[in-house]
Design a protein around this ligand. Structure first.
Ligand code: AMP
Length: 405
């Protein structure tokens, strides 16, 4: 099926033809028809599958002519919000769309101007959106299409109460589109509460993890992690590399060490000012710096193409993040390679990743590296742990009309 057969407005087709999209991706073929029919939808697909267009194209089509604040797209991070807004602009370039982009960490001036212009589409992070609402800068009573993107991430980041409040401020008659890379119980509960008989569009996460990325574990004693990183950097021929860390402090510390070792790097994490985050990302995207050191802020949602390599300096604490991180490479059907440093204490986390992938991860050792401990002792298996699904919230969250804290 091509885009014309999907029944999209000719001006939208013109914009996607200019971009050189030849045919819809699988998530687009699955999601666009029910969205055009006006149905709610749960889309389970990760970044890189074309999921932004899967909701943006039919949403723009359904907007028709101008009318204030009728589409709202909520995203967990500013970077993702910026990217969604960019996509709406590009796909809607022949439709004269008015947009507002609302996220925290910056002044209100430009956002107020955009809101004063009766935007057709609002793209926002939850906190800043609620600030604007409480200051009387906008109302959600005209929302016709509500898009919740990267919902698993949004809930992991503790936005459940904000998201619930926002949903409650939109009309019940709205169309709701929920996208999430994974559908844990918390997302399922939110979906059951907020969506009405949704259609489902699912791209199997296992396939995408193995597809074009070769990935392996590099066991190493904790004390030698940095040395192994340096050895890997010397060995691999990367064009653009993202190194992932667990914490902001760790990201700063190791990137400083890398600079001391003569490497030019940029840092991306949520402690940085918004303008520094944007400029780090821009430098990396345009290739003026080859190494980006980041926390999981960069692992989801961001459309960074041509990343050739990913190194997990710290193994991800949540197994889904493994897939998001390695999914930064091998995009658009190019080959990518991912390396995960793993100290013996990380083995329980390795096991939950292997469980999610449905396959054991290959263990590799770097030739000529003098391991302090016997490599065999580094690959010993650990006892199986049970994975707690409702991580991060510390409580069951229920939905409904009851008064919330
Ligand atoms: P996303 O998953 O939305 O982050 O999209 C990943 C990348 O795929 C973006 O760079 C899009 O511009 C691109 N893309 C989306 N849909 C298509 C399509 N049908 N054909 C080719 N590229 C696409």
């Amino acid at each position: 099926m091509n885009f014309k057969e999907l029944g999209l407005e000719p001006k939208i087709i013109q914009a996607i033809e200019e971009l050189g999209y030849e045919e819809p991706t699988p998530i687009q073929s699955m999601a666009i028809p029910p969205i055009l029919e006006g149905r709610d939808l749960v889309g389970s697909a990760q970044t890189g599958t074309g999921k932004t267009a899967a909701f943006a194209l039919p949403a723009i089509h359904r907007l028709g002519k101008h009318g204030g604040c009728r589409v709202l797209a909520l995203a967990p991070t500013r970077e993702l919000a910026i990217q969604i807004e960019e996509n709406f602009r590009i796909y809607g370039k022949f439709m004269d769309l008015r947009m507002a982009l609302l996220y925290g960490g910056v002044k209100y001036g430009k956002q107020l101007e955009q809101l004063g212009d009766e935007p057709d589409v609002i793209v926002a992070t939850p906190g800043r959106l609620l600030d604007h609402i409480s200051q009387g800068n906008l109302s959600l009573k005209n929302i016709e299409i509500l898009i919740l993107d990267e919902v698993d991430r949004m809930l992991d980041m503790g936005f459940i109460e904000d998201v619930t409040k926002i949903i409650q401020k939109t009309p019940r008659s709205r169309q709701t589109l929920l996208f999430s890379a994974t559908i844990p119980d918390s997302v399922r509960r939110l979906s059951a509460w907020a969506l009405n008989d949704p259609a489902e569009a699912k791209i199997d996460i296992k396939i995408s993890a193995a597809d074009t990325v070769s990935h392996a574990l590099y066991p190493v004693p904790a004390i030698q992690k940095f040395d192994l990183l340096i050895a890997l950097l010397e060995k691999i021929e990367f064009e653009n590399l993202i190194i992932f860390f667990q914490t902001r402090r760790g990201t700063d510390k190791i990137s400083q060490w890398l600079v001391e070792h003569g490497r030019d790097v940029r840092v991306l994490h949520s402690d940085l000012k918004q303008r520094d985050r944007v400029s780090a990302l821009e430098d990396f995207k345009k290739g003026s710096v080859k190494i980006l050191c980041a926390t999981d802020v960069a692992s989801r949602g961001l459309d960074i193409s041509n990343v050739t390599h990913v190194i997990n300096y710290d193994i991800p604490q949540h197994s889904e993040d493994y897939i998001h991180r390695i999914g930064r490479t091998g995009r658009a059907r190019t080959e990518g390679e991912a390396f995960t440093l793993c100290k013996p204490e990380d083995l329980p986390l390795v096991q939950s990743i292997e469980k999610l992938l449905g396959n054991p991860l290959e263990r590799k050792f770097v030739d000529d590296f003098s391991y302090r401990d016997d490599p065999a002792s580094l690959t010993a298996t650990a006892p199986v742990i049970s994975k707690k699904r409702n991580r991060g919230f510390g409580k069951q969250v229920s939905f409904g009309s009851r008064k919330r804290r």
